[in-house]
Write a protein that binds this ligand. Sequence first.
Ligand code: ATP
Length: 138
Amino acid sequence: MKIQFSAGGIVFKRIGDKTEILVSQHSQHHGWVFPKGLIGDHVEKENKEETALREVKEEAGVNGKITRALNPITYWFVMDSEKIRKTVYYFLMEYVNGDISKHDHEMEAVVWLPKEKVEERLTYESDKTVWKEAKNLI
Ligand code: ATP
């Protein structure tokens, strides 16, 4: 059994009285998710907030400003016949600047969705759980 820790962002953007949320489609497993990545994988001694901001920029093309931490989620998967338990620390982030068309290859699509459409788009139950928490705070 292996344990992994990742960090990512639920980014919101206000347009008048509407709120849009950044959601992306993973290039490998094709699930609709929030951008995230392994903590300490690319940059040594990077903390989870720094990882979350960097991954949002790389995978989704935008800069966010963290407004608060959300409750971590945990899920299991199997890779090369090894069981992996992954905990993901998501942060609620307000959109600052940047362009979703500038995302890297890890996501095959990045979109802004109206707040009301996010839950039905998300692929995984644990993401729906953290989204429910985030939605009540936005
Ligand atoms: P990271 O973005 O943390 O670097 P990754 O992109 O390499 O990770 P994951 O997105 O964690 O990988 O996907 C690994 C496996 O877990 C895939 O099989 C995927 O379908 C599954 N998975 C991804 N997110 C979830 C989730 N929230 N709940 C359950 N299974 C998930």
